[in-house]
Design a protein around this ligand. Structure first.
Ligand SMILES: O=C(O)C(=O)C[C@H](O)[C@@H](O)CO
Length: 256
Protein backbone atom coordinates (compact mmCIF):
# COMPACT_ATOMS: atom_id res chain seq x y z
CA UNK A 1 0.00 0.00 0.00
CA UNK A 2 1.61 3.32 -1.10
CA UNK A 3 1.62 6.80 0.44
CA UNK A 4 -1.75 8.57 0.10
CA UNK A 5 -2.39 10.14 -3.29
CA UNK A 6 -1.87 13.92 -3.19
CA UNK A 7 -4.81 15.08 -5.30
CA UNK A 8 -3.64 18.69 -5.20
CA UNK A 9 -0.17 17.87 -6.54
CA UNK A 10 -1.58 16.10 -9.53
CA UNK A 11 -4.28 18.70 -10.24
CA UNK A 12 -1.65 21.44 -10.21
CA UNK A 13 0.64 19.36 -12.43
CA UNK A 14 -2.24 19.06 -14.90
CA UNK A 15 -2.59 22.85 -14.92
CA UNK A 16 -5.96 22.88 -13.17
CA UNK A 17 -7.04 26.08 -11.43
CA UNK A 18 -7.58 25.45 -7.72
CA UNK A 19 -9.02 27.75 -5.08
CA UNK A 20 -8.41 27.89 -1.36
CA UNK A 21 -8.20 30.11 1.70
CA UNK A 22 -5.70 30.90 4.40
CA UNK A 23 -6.64 29.28 7.72
CA UNK A 24 -5.13 31.30 10.54
CA UNK A 25 -7.53 30.77 13.46
CA UNK A 26 -5.16 28.05 14.65
CA UNK A 27 -7.80 25.67 15.97
CA UNK A 28 -8.89 22.25 14.63
CA UNK A 29 -12.55 22.94 15.38
CA UNK A 30 -12.45 26.07 13.22
CA UNK A 31 -10.37 24.31 10.55
CA UNK A 32 -13.02 21.61 10.42
CA UNK A 33 -15.68 24.28 9.86
CA UNK A 34 -13.60 25.72 7.01
CA UNK A 35 -13.25 22.20 5.60
CA UNK A 36 -17.02 22.01 5.14
CA UNK A 37 -16.99 25.00 2.77
CA UNK A 38 -15.82 23.11 -0.30
CA UNK A 39 -12.47 24.72 -1.15
CA UNK A 40 -9.94 22.72 -3.09
CA UNK A 41 -7.34 23.34 -0.41
CA UNK A 42 -6.93 25.02 2.96
CA UNK A 43 -3.61 26.62 3.81
CA UNK A 44 -2.87 26.18 7.51
CA UNK A 45 -0.59 29.08 8.29
CA UNK A 46 2.41 28.28 10.44
CA UNK A 47 4.14 31.56 9.57
CA UNK A 48 1.80 34.30 10.79
CA UNK A 49 -0.82 32.36 12.80
CA UNK A 50 -0.18 31.15 16.40
CA UNK A 51 0.39 27.53 15.39
CA UNK A 52 2.81 24.94 16.72
CA UNK A 53 3.46 21.39 15.54
CA UNK A 54 0.61 19.99 17.65
CA UNK A 55 -1.96 22.50 16.44
CA UNK A 56 -0.75 21.99 12.87
CA UNK A 57 -1.09 18.24 13.30
CA UNK A 58 -4.63 18.47 14.64
CA UNK A 59 -5.69 20.75 11.79
CA UNK A 60 -4.06 18.59 9.11
CA UNK A 61 -5.95 15.58 10.46
CA UNK A 62 -9.39 17.19 10.34
CA UNK A 63 -8.86 18.82 6.93
CA UNK A 64 -7.44 15.62 5.43
CA UNK A 65 -10.71 13.90 6.40
CA UNK A 66 -12.59 16.36 4.15
CA UNK A 67 -12.68 17.02 0.41
CA UNK A 68 -10.20 19.88 0.89
CA UNK A 69 -6.47 19.20 0.77
CA UNK A 70 -4.44 20.52 3.73
CA UNK A 71 -1.44 22.69 2.92
CA UNK A 72 1.00 23.84 5.59
CA UNK A 73 2.95 27.08 5.31
CA UNK A 74 6.02 26.93 7.53
CA UNK A 75 7.67 30.02 9.06
CA UNK A 76 10.88 29.40 7.15
CA UNK A 77 12.85 26.85 5.10
CA UNK A 78 14.32 25.01 8.11
CA UNK A 79 14.75 21.35 7.09
CA UNK A 80 13.82 20.23 10.62
CA UNK A 81 10.47 22.02 10.42
CA UNK A 82 9.89 20.59 6.94
CA UNK A 83 10.60 17.10 8.31
CA UNK A 84 8.11 17.60 11.15
CA UNK A 85 5.40 18.97 8.84
CA UNK A 86 5.72 15.98 6.53
CA UNK A 87 5.79 13.50 9.41
CA UNK A 88 2.47 14.84 10.78
CA UNK A 89 0.96 14.05 7.39
CA UNK A 90 1.09 17.21 5.30
CA UNK A 91 1.94 16.38 1.72
CA UNK A 92 1.80 19.93 0.34
CA UNK A 93 4.04 22.65 1.78
CA UNK A 94 4.42 26.36 1.15
CA UNK A 95 7.82 27.78 2.11
CA UNK A 96 8.15 31.57 2.40
CA UNK A 97 10.91 34.03 1.55
CA UNK A 98 12.79 32.09 -1.12
CA UNK A 99 15.40 34.27 -2.87
CA UNK A 100 17.65 31.92 -4.84
CA UNK A 101 17.67 28.72 -6.82
CA UNK A 102 20.03 27.17 -4.28
CA UNK A 103 17.62 27.95 -1.45
CA UNK A 104 14.74 26.45 -3.40
CA UNK A 105 16.79 23.35 -4.18
CA UNK A 106 17.62 22.90 -0.50
CA UNK A 107 13.92 23.08 0.31
CA UNK A 108 13.14 20.43 -2.30
CA UNK A 109 15.81 18.12 -0.90
CA UNK A 110 14.49 18.63 2.65
CA UNK A 111 11.14 17.22 1.44
CA UNK A 112 12.52 14.05 -0.12
CA UNK A 113 13.89 10.82 1.32
CA UNK A 114 17.35 9.71 0.19
CA UNK A 115 18.80 9.31 -2.34
CA UNK A 116 16.89 12.27 -3.79
CA UNK A 117 16.90 14.32 -0.61
CA UNK A 118 17.76 14.54 3.07
CA UNK A 119 14.41 14.00 4.80
CA UNK A 120 15.04 12.14 8.02
CA UNK A 121 13.44 8.74 8.46
CA UNK A 122 10.99 8.53 11.34
CA UNK A 123 7.97 7.04 9.62
CA UNK A 124 7.45 4.46 12.38
CA UNK A 125 6.37 7.33 14.66
CA UNK A 126 4.67 9.38 11.96
CA UNK A 127 1.04 10.02 11.15
CA UNK A 128 2.21 10.36 7.54
CA UNK A 129 2.75 6.61 7.32
CA UNK A 130 -0.35 6.00 9.43
CA UNK A 131 2.13 4.95 12.15
CA UNK A 132 3.78 2.39 9.89
CA UNK A 133 0.45 0.99 8.74
CA UNK A 134 1.51 1.96 5.20
CA UNK A 135 4.30 -0.55 4.56
CA UNK A 136 5.51 1.09 1.35
CA UNK A 137 5.45 4.66 2.71
CA UNK A 138 9.21 5.23 2.61
CA UNK A 139 9.54 4.19 -1.03
CA UNK A 140 6.42 6.01 -2.26
CA UNK A 141 6.26 9.20 -0.16
CA UNK A 142 8.48 11.31 -2.44
CA UNK A 143 6.07 10.97 -5.37
CA UNK A 144 3.22 12.56 -3.40
CA UNK A 145 5.06 15.55 -1.94
CA UNK A 146 4.08 18.92 -3.40
CA UNK A 147 6.40 21.84 -2.68
CA UNK A 148 5.49 25.41 -3.49
CA UNK A 149 7.95 28.19 -2.63
CA UNK A 150 7.19 31.86 -2.10
CA UNK A 151 8.79 34.65 -4.04
CA UNK A 152 7.96 37.87 -2.17
CA UNK A 153 10.83 40.29 -2.60
CA UNK A 154 12.73 42.05 -5.39
CA UNK A 155 15.64 39.68 -4.80
CA UNK A 156 13.27 36.74 -5.19
CA UNK A 157 11.89 38.12 -8.43
CA UNK A 158 15.43 38.60 -9.71
CA UNK A 159 16.11 34.94 -8.98
CA UNK A 160 12.81 33.65 -10.40
CA UNK A 161 14.34 32.00 -13.47
CA UNK A 162 16.85 30.03 -11.39
CA UNK A 163 14.12 29.05 -8.93
CA UNK A 164 11.93 27.84 -11.77
CA UNK A 165 14.82 25.68 -13.02
CA UNK A 166 14.94 23.67 -9.78
CA UNK A 167 14.01 20.02 -10.28
CA UNK A 168 11.28 18.70 -8.01
CA UNK A 169 9.68 22.09 -7.38
CA UNK A 170 5.93 22.00 -8.03
CA UNK A 171 5.10 25.67 -7.92
CA UNK A 172 5.97 29.23 -7.08
CA UNK A 173 3.68 31.51 -5.06
CA UNK A 174 3.96 35.27 -5.29
CA UNK A 175 3.28 37.00 -1.98
CA UNK A 176 1.77 40.39 -2.76
CA UNK A 177 1.92 41.78 0.79
CA UNK A 178 5.59 41.14 1.42
CA UNK A 179 6.50 42.00 -2.16
CA UNK A 180 4.71 45.32 -1.75
CA UNK A 181 6.65 46.00 1.43
CA UNK A 182 9.95 45.25 -0.25
CA UNK A 183 9.01 47.40 -3.24
CA UNK A 184 8.38 50.39 -0.96
CA UNK A 185 4.60 50.05 -0.91
CA UNK A 186 4.13 48.69 2.62
CA UNK A 187 0.49 47.79 3.24
CA UNK A 188 -0.43 48.37 -0.41
CA UNK A 189 -0.41 44.98 -2.21
CA UNK A 190 -2.89 46.47 -4.64
CA UNK A 191 -0.45 49.15 -5.81
CA UNK A 192 -0.23 49.11 -9.63
CA UNK A 193 3.53 48.49 -9.55
CA UNK A 194 3.01 45.49 -7.24
CA UNK A 195 0.14 44.07 -9.22
CA UNK A 196 2.12 44.41 -12.45
CA UNK A 197 5.04 42.53 -10.88
CA UNK A 198 2.72 39.80 -9.57
CA UNK A 199 1.02 39.27 -12.93
CA UNK A 200 4.32 39.23 -14.80
CA UNK A 201 5.73 36.65 -12.40
CA UNK A 202 2.62 34.47 -12.72
CA UNK A 203 3.00 34.45 -16.50
CA UNK A 204 6.69 33.50 -16.21
CA UNK A 205 5.91 30.74 -13.71
CA UNK A 206 3.26 29.20 -15.95
CA UNK A 207 5.52 29.54 -19.01
CA UNK A 208 7.98 27.37 -17.08
CA UNK A 209 5.27 24.75 -16.55
CA UNK A 210 5.00 25.22 -12.79
CA UNK A 211 1.94 25.95 -10.66
CA UNK A 212 1.54 29.68 -10.01
CA UNK A 213 0.16 30.78 -6.65
CA UNK A 214 -1.15 34.00 -5.22
CA UNK A 215 -3.34 35.24 -2.37
CA UNK A 216 -5.64 38.20 -2.83
CA UNK A 217 -9.11 39.06 -1.58
CA UNK A 218 -9.71 41.56 -4.40
CA UNK A 219 -12.23 39.88 -6.74
CA UNK A 220 -10.99 41.81 -9.79
CA UNK A 221 -7.36 40.91 -9.09
CA UNK A 222 -8.31 37.28 -8.51
CA UNK A 223 -9.65 37.19 -12.04
CA UNK A 224 -6.61 39.06 -13.40
CA UNK A 225 -4.29 36.54 -11.74
CA UNK A 226 -6.27 33.62 -13.16
CA UNK A 227 -6.21 35.24 -16.60
CA UNK A 228 -2.42 35.49 -16.23
CA UNK A 229 -2.33 31.75 -15.45
CA UNK A 230 -2.56 31.44 -11.65
CA UNK A 231 -3.54 27.91 -10.62
CA UNK A 232 -3.06 27.93 -6.82
CA UNK A 233 -5.40 30.82 -6.03
CA UNK A 234 -5.95 31.97 -2.47
CA UNK A 235 -9.18 33.96 -2.33
CA UNK A 236 -9.71 34.64 1.37
CA UNK A 237 -8.49 34.51 4.96
CA UNK A 238 -10.61 32.94 7.71
CA UNK A 239 -9.51 35.51 10.31
CA UNK A 240 -10.52 38.51 8.23
CA UNK A 241 -13.75 36.87 7.09
CA UNK A 242 -14.78 36.18 10.71
CA UNK A 243 -13.61 39.52 12.06
CA UNK A 244 -15.35 41.41 9.28
CA UNK A 245 -18.63 39.60 9.75
CA UNK A 246 -18.60 40.09 13.52
CA UNK A 247 -17.77 43.79 13.26
CA UNK A 248 -20.50 44.33 10.69
CA UNK A 249 -23.05 42.56 12.88
CA UNK A 250 -22.00 44.50 15.96
CA UNK A 251 -22.22 47.73 14.04
CA UNK A 252 -25.73 46.89 12.92
CA UNK A 253 -27.04 46.58 16.48
CA UNK A 254 -24.69 48.45 18.76
CA UNK A 255 -23.40 51.18 16.55
CA UNK A 256 -19.90 49.93 17.29
O1 LIG B 1 3.16 38.25 1.15
C1 LIG B 1 2.00 37.80 1.07
O2 LIG B 1 1.02 38.39 0.55
C2 LIG B 1 1.76 36.46 1.65
O3 LIG B 1 2.69 35.69 1.78
C3 LIG B 1 0.41 36.17 2.19
C4 LIG B 1 0.35 36.80 3.55
O4 LIG B 1 1.41 36.28 4.34
C5 LIG B 1 -0.97 36.45 4.23
O5 LIG B 1 -0.73 36.29 5.60
C6 LIG B 1 -2.00 37.51 4.04
O6 LIG B 1 -1.51 38.75 4.48
Amino acid sequence: MPAPLNRLKHRLAAGEVTHGIWVGLADPYLAEIAATAGFDWLLIDGEHAPNDIRSLSAQVAVVAASDSVPVIRLPDDDPAKIKQALDIGAQTLLIPMIESGAQADRAVKACLYPPHGIRGVGSALARASRFAAIPDYLTTANDQICLIVQIESRAGLAALDEVLAVDGLDGVFIGPSDLAADMGHLGKPGHPEVQHAVLDAIRRIRAAGKAAGVLTTDPAFIEACKAAGATFVGVGIDVTLLAGALRALAGKYTGA
